[in-house]
Design a protein around this ligand. Structure first.
Ligand SMILES: *[C@@H]1O[C@H](CO)[C@@H](O)[C@H](O)[C@H]1NC(C)=O
Ligand SMILES: *[C@@H]1O[C@H](CO)[C@@H](O)[C@H](O)[C@H]1NC(C)=O
Ligand SMILES: *[C@@H]1O[C@H](CO)[C@@H](O)[C@H](O)[C@H]1NC(C)=O
Ligand SMILES: *[C@@H]1O[C@H](CO)[C@@H](O)[C@H](O)[C@H]1NC(C)=O
Ligand SMILES: *[C@@H]1O[C@H](CO)[C@@H](O)[C@H](O)[C@H]1NC(C)=O
Length: 233
């Protein structure tokens, strides 16, 4: 009885060993494949955009100002061509774990606007539409005409109302908020103020108005937008 057990054990160990060798071999093979093709690496780098994430609260004035005045430029100077822009509302919101409700820094109106923006960001994946929408909301927020949010921006941009209002009315914007809040909780270091601007995982801290400079510096591609030549001179 001892002998077959031993054989089975050895066989199992062998199989496991072979399996490990196989998978390591595969990863070595792919590493050396890449190393042998420098051009492939450079080509893929050339297409790698810079991640630009903006964590903000929808009723924060400095955030609105940043979004409306500074961020807008990337669509005019074509910096957007080398950027993956991610707008993340709910920066200073938190979930009360007792009753699962969300509280926002600037009160319930801000939670409402954060929800509306979350619905827009998730319904429309094109970044220029996302930006125009958030820009429209933030503009109204600064103006103080906050209750016109839902209708006015949809009308301005000519976007369909129904999916957007469904998302908001069904509470999906708030659910999305919980996802954003989780995402923000993973940030290292955590945001210490807003707007919190992060370029390829590196916060630019108080220098956020110069974010474009950091984007250009982080970019490794070959098709450099003209604005970077100016900024990095
Ligand atoms: C790839 O880029 C690096 C620096 O970014 C450069 O040193 C290297 O020569 C390039 N390789 C090829 C094959 O172009
Ligand atoms: C969370 O909600 C519960 C129930 O409404 C409340 O008693 C508690 O004070 C809240 N906690 C915080 C940190 O706001
Ligand atoms: C949850 O608790 C907060 C206070 O932390 C309160 O303002 C809110 O109304 C509560 N929400 C629900 C659904 O009970
Ligand atoms: C809202 O969320 C539910 C469940 O996650 C989903 O089935 C539904 O399609 C969403 N509705 C909208 C309008 O986003
Ligand atoms: C940008 O973000 C994507 C997805 O989150 C990630 O896969 C990629 O590695 C990031 N790029 C850089 C240069 O950090």
């Amino acid at each position: 009885m001892v002998f077959p057990k031993l054989v089975i054990t050895i066989a199992l160990i062998l199989v496991l060993f072979l399996f490990i060798c196989e998978s390591q071999g595969a990863s070595y093979a792919s590493a050396s494949h890449n190393a042998g093709h420098g051009a492939d690496i450079n080509t893929s780098l050339a297409h790698q955009k810079v991640n630009l994430s903006v964590y903000y609260d929808s009723l924060c004035k400095t955030c609105a100002k940043f979004i409306i005045e500074d961020l807008r430029d990337i669509f005019g100077n074509n910096l957007i061509s080398i950027v993956n822009l991610q707008l993340v509302p709910w920066a200073n919101a938190y979930v009360n774990n007792t009753n699962k409700s969300i509280s926002c820094q600037n009160g319930p109106d801000e939670c409402e606007l954060n929800s509306l923006e979350s619905c827009a960001l998730n319904l429309w994946s094109k970044v220029d539409i996302q930006y125009q929408f958030v820009n429209c909301f933030e503009f109204l927020a600064i103006k103080g005409t906050i209750k016109e949010w839902k209708e006015e921006c949809l009308n301005q941009l000519g976007l369909p109302k129904e999916p957007f209002l469904n998302c908001f009315n069904m509470g999906n914007g708030t659910e999305l908020g919980k996802t954003y809040i989780n995402q923000i909780a993973q940030l290292d270091p955590p945001p210490s103020f807003v707007p919190w601007v992060v370029v390829n995982n590196q916060p630019v801290e108080k220098d956020y108005a110069n974010f474009a400079h950091y984007v250009c510096k982080a970019y490794r591609g070959v098709v450099v937008p003209g604005v970077c030549n100016t900024l990095l001179k």
